[in-house]
Design a protein around this ligand. Structure first.
Ligand SMILES: Nc1ncnc2c1ncn2[C@@H]1O[C@H](COP(=O)(O)OP(=O)(O)O)[C@@H](O)[C@H]1O
Ligand SMILES: Cc1ncc(COP(=O)(O)OP(=O)(O)O)c(N)n1
Length: 275
């Protein structure tokens, strides 16, 4: 079985972070592993507090996984501090995994900083050049590049500028733009618009984590980047379409719908085998 590793923060509410990543890995057909960088006390409404994990234990988690298990793809989420970024960078340089999907998590929906503002430069200087693909939303790309992104032309320029900072390819997510949530994939040479249809729901907690993990899982399974991005996009659409009304704030994406659907189809098919 193919494997994927998430290096990210824990969300106690289960909708984003490590918890969303592992669910997305399973639903996308790979064995999931985790390196926890920070623990958030979080629910569907707010992040109450954050505890960074000691960098020695972050390094030990990375080494424990890579020294024993073949890692087919890595997804990076919440990194919290410059020290954590340094430790994760060193681990990735040591083991050089083939695919690194960087979701440059900065601020939660409720406005809590999940990456310290002084660590943004470290993320740009050390982490971006290691990324096979970076998957920012519009506000994250604006922070990385230092200019506003207001339309599709700006999105194209932003993608090109992020590859100049070292990322091999870019998926700039359009969920925060007006209108349909069209994402732009730039492979370093060509642009590919991955169009979306907006679903009217408040339950969008963990959408970025779900999508980046689905892309990592599909890369681990051997699909090329464009196909992994397209599969990720159709997975996140399904996960938002059937999102869950859990909690009183922004409910989580649904990782089970597709599995149940497939299990039902399997049961139906199985009935025909005995005939
Ligand atoms: N309401 C929505 N309906 C359909 N797709 C959406 C919706 N909101 C976001 N998406 C898609 O979900 C993915 C994550 O998007 P986005 O919200 O931009 O990122 P983040 O969760 O990092 O803020 C993207 O593919 C985006 O186009
Ligand atoms: C622990 C942790 N990691 C990442 C996030 C951000 O997740 P995202 O998918 O961007 O979803 P929202 O925060 O925007 O709902 C998080 N909240 N917690």
């Amino acid at each position: 079985m193919k494997t994927a590793l998430t290096i990210a923060g824990s969300d106690s509410g289960g909708g984003a972070g490590i918890q969303a990543d592992l669910k997305s890995f399973s639903a996308n057909g790979v064995f999931g592993m985790s390196v926890i960088t920070a623990i958030t006390a979080q629910n569907t409404q707010e992040v109450r507090s954050v505890q960074d994990i000691d960098v020695n234990i972050i390094r030990d988690q990375i080494e424990a996984v890579f020294d024993d298990i073949t890692v087919d793809a890595v997804k990076i989420g919440m990194l919290s501090s410059a020290d954590t970024i340094k430790t994760v960078t060193q681990g990735l340089q040591k083991y050089a995994p083939s695919h690194i999907v960087l979701d440059p998590v900065m601020v939660s929906k409720g406005g809590h900083h999940l990456l310290r503002q002084e660590a943004v430069t470290s993320l740009i200087d050390h982490m971006l050049p290691l990324a096979t693909i970076i998957t920012p939303n519009i506000p994250e790309a604006e922070v990385i590049l230092g200019y506003p992104i207001s339309n599709k032309k700006d999105m194209e320029k932003a993608c090109m500028d992020m590859t100049k900072l070292g990322a091999r390819s870019v998926l700039l997510k359009g969920g925060h733009m007006e209108g349909e949530p069209d994402d732009l994939y730039y492979d370093g040479t060509n642009f590919h618009w991955i169009s979306g249809t907006r679903i009217e729901t408040k339950n969008t907690h963990g959408t970025g984590c779900t999508l980046s993990s689905a892309i990592a899982a599909n890369l681990a399974r051997g699909f090329d980047m464009l196909e992994a991005v397209k599969r990720g996009k159709s997975y996140i659409h399904m996960a938002i379409e059937h999102s869950l009304d859990i909690g009183n704030g922004h409910g989580p994406t649904n990782h089970f719908y597709d599995l149940y659907r497939k299990a039902k189809m399997y049961q139906e098919a199985e009935k025909t085998w005995s005939n």
